[in-house]
Design a protein. Structure first.
Length: 91
């Protein structure tokens, strides 16, 4: 399992959410912190867990602002999110 932090604009994050909804691969998920109402955000981020070599993994690795995270960093980032958009195998 590979873990990533992706930083992009809102449109790209929403596209990734749609891709993860349609792929629905066991264990793969994307979680994006949702900004509070009336808050202007320049850059959105998302935290992604994918299996190595999958189609979603290839899509994520092609994104320009993508950083690899450890499993512990991924878990701590997800734990701190109160409101989010999410897709994939959320359990």
């Amino acid at each position: 399992m590979l873990f990533f932090k992706v930083q992009s604009n809102r449109v790209k994050i929403k596209q990734l959410l749609d891709i993860f909804n349609t792929q629905n691969v066991k264990g793969e998920k994307i979680i994006a912190p949702r900004p509070k109402a009336k808050t202007v955000v320049e850059h959105y981020c998302a935290f992604v867990a994918v299996t190595e070599g999958s189609q979603c993994c290839n899509i994520i690795q092609k994104i320009k602002n993508c950083a690899t995270l450890s499993e512990n960093d991924f878990a701590s980032e997800i734990k701190n999110i109160s409101h989010s958009w999410s897709a994939g195998d959320i359990s």
